[in-house]
Design a protein around this ligand. Structure first.
Ligand code: FAD
Ligand code: DLZ
Ligand code: SF4
Length: 507
């Protein structure tokens, strides 16, 4: 009997079990559909990257002798939904069962479960921790902290382990990191790829079909197959990993990539495995080419944070993206869609996002995320923005980062404190403030940095919740020691700023 095997756009790995088991009677279903391309207004580079990678992956499957029913976006028969395409292909091929790898989003998991033909959703084995393992680890813990989970993953993988002890005697070398960076014209940039014929055709399609989505489509320089992704990995390990640790929190104008790997789109889409990436980093350290704090910091992001975030998404359930414990309800302001702003930090982070469908972690957390949290933006709107604009964004990883880590909308499941800061942090870690219309050292007055005003305003709005938080509570004592008139002015100027923001004025 014919089986359909579903391969989604972010499941482009030959060794997923449904593909490993696939035989000559099976039909592999892949589809470019309006529903997936439209649940948020994805960045055009993200859509083009996935469609080009899907088309090339389908060719590789056919080269393996497998039958692939591939629906391009402009196929007149396209039903424009994954369930619709499965039903259409089932009728066409007389198939009576579907084998899928579990999607990374509750929406699709449910949609597959609701199909009128039997669907088996197999575990996504690209992750180190299964749902059951994460649940067992989380069971009975008062707080879920990434650091403890990460140690389990180190033990499980043996990465940077000496017997049962961590290499160098410490699990975490973050203390040696967090340096600001200097402009350096000679810094290696990630490799870029000229669009080949498949990619060029997809670029024309995306240009025609998604003309209004935020983000520049060209120049399009992503790799769109495993071979290219491996080149990016090799280049990163050779040229950037050694400096990754010290400079991972640094931000520089017009230097969007610094020492970051730019590997997340490839790992998340399945072109690279998370374990092979980490093994390459561990091997480079073992060969003496990469310092321990860099290798450890990089590996922690992947087997620690990435796996932890996925665990939280599935543990917390489908309502996670609706959480809003701080009851923030302001609309996402136009600056997030590239409208003019006087804040250099926001202009840089959003501008790089528009140009590359990429911003690195600290820009996402401490610039755009920090601003949204301080300004009291509705976290669901913030979530939809992040899900749309980054080439690596899928709900299983984006939502815990945004709803949890960045917006504290889950009430502290991901992080024990809200990631808020005044302009001082941004100034310390970047070269943004020197060329800003605002003055980072001004706490009040016409040029006061908005982050300075909003920081105190946020803390005061949420005093009851955070005053006793050991990681942020001390700020309240500083506020209380401040001159009463200064406190009044800060609150009044913050309110005036928020009014201008709400009115859509360029701030
Ligand atoms: P590097 O800095 O080189 O890090 C190496 C790898 O570590 C990344 O490729 C990624 O696989 C992993 N990683 C690092 N931090 C995290 C993290 N917090 N969670 C999960 N994986 C991590 N990452 C996504 O993959 N998709 C998202 O949609 C996403 N949304 C985010 C939203 C916010 C508000 C924040 C604060 C972070 C988000 N991240 C997301 C995490 C992180 O910012 C990106 O993984 C990283 O910037 C990708 O760039 P890179 O490959 O150059 O990473
Ligand atoms: C993100 C995305 C886009 C833009 N388009 C498609 C598509 O047309 N077909 C497809 O199979 N997958 C696409 N994806 C990825 C899915 O949205 C992703 O598989 C789910 O959100 C689960 O992570
Ligand atoms: Fe951003 Fe404030 Fe620095 Fe301007 S002064 S770049 S708004 S932190």
């Amino acid at each position: 009997m014919t089986r359909l095997i579903l391969v989604l756009g972010d499941q482009l790995s030959h060794d997923l079990t449904p593909l490993r088991d696939a035989g000559p009677d099976d039909v592999i279903v892949m589809a470019e559909v309006g529903d997936e391309a439209g649940y948020v207004p994805h960045h055009p580079q993200k859509i083009a990257f996935l469609f080009a990678a899907m088309r090339k992956f389908a060719t590789q499957l056919r080269d393996r002798g497998l039958t692939v029913a591939y629906t391009p976006l402009d196929d007149p028969e396209n039903s424009h939904s994954i369930p619709g395409e499965l039903l259409r292909r089932a009728a066409e091929h007389g198939a009576d069962t579907v084998i899928a790898t579990e999607p990374g989003e509750w929406r699709l998991i449910r949609a597959l479960g609701d199909l009128p033909i039997p669907v088996t959703q197999r575990p996504d084995e690209r992750f180190l921790a299964s749902h059951a393992e994460f649940e067992a680890w989380a069971e009975g813990r008062k707080e879920l902290r990434m650091e403890w989970f990460y140690r389990e993953m180190r033990r499980k993988t043996g990465l940077l382990m000496e017997g049962d002890q961590p290499a160098g005697g410490k699990w975490n070398y973050d203390h040696d990191n967090r340096k600001p960076a200097q402009a350096d014209l000679l810094r290696e940039r990630p490799p870029t790829f000229e669009p080949d014929a498949v990619t060029a055709e997809v670029l024309d399609l995306v240009e025609a079909r998604f003309p209004d989505n935020f983000g520049r489509l060209r120049p399009f320089t992503w790799a769109t197959d495993r071979e290219g992704a491996l080149k990016v990995l090799k280049h990163f390990i050779r040229h950037s990993l050694d400096e990754f640790g010290p400079y991972q929190d640094a931000m520089l104008q017009d230097d969007p990539f610094l020492h970051h790997s730019i590997l997340s789109p490839y790992i998340n889409a399945g072109l690279l495995s998370s374990l092979e990436v980490c093994q390459a980093a561990a091997d480079a350290h073992a060969a003496g080419r990469v310092r321990l704090n860099s290798a450890e910091g990089f590996i922690r992001q992947i087997i620690g944070w990435r796996e932890f975030m996925r665990g939280i998404y599935f543990l917390e359930g489908p309502d996670y993206t609706a959480r809003n414990i701080l009851r923030h309800d302001r609309d996402l302001p136009p600056v997030y869609w590239g409208k003019p702003t006087k804040m250099t930090c926001m202009a840089q982070a959003v501008g790089q996002t528009r140009d590359h469908a990429y911003a690195h972690h600290i820009q996402r957390l401490m610039v755009t995320g920090n601003f949204a949290l301080l300004a009291g933006i509705d976290p669901h709107q913030v979530h939809e923005w992040y899900l749309a604009v980054y080439a690596d964004a899928y709900e299983w990883v984006e939502a815990p980062n945004v709803i949890g880590m960045s917006q504290f909308a889950d009430g502290g499941i991901v992080g024990s404190k809200p990631y808020v800061s005044s302009g001082n942090y941004i100034n310390k870690m970047s070269d943004y403030c020197g060329s800003c219309a605002y003055k980072v050292t001004d706490k009040t007055g016409p040029k006061a940095c908005p982050f300075n005003l909003l920081y105190w305003d946020f803390l005061m709005r949420h005093r009851q919740r955070f005053e006793r938080n050991p990681r942020i509570g001390r700020a309240y004592a500083t506020w209380d020691r401040m001159d009463a008139e200064k406190r009044r002015v800060i609150r009044a100027e913050a309110a005036a700023f928020l009014t201008r923001l709400e009115a859509g004025e360029p701030v």
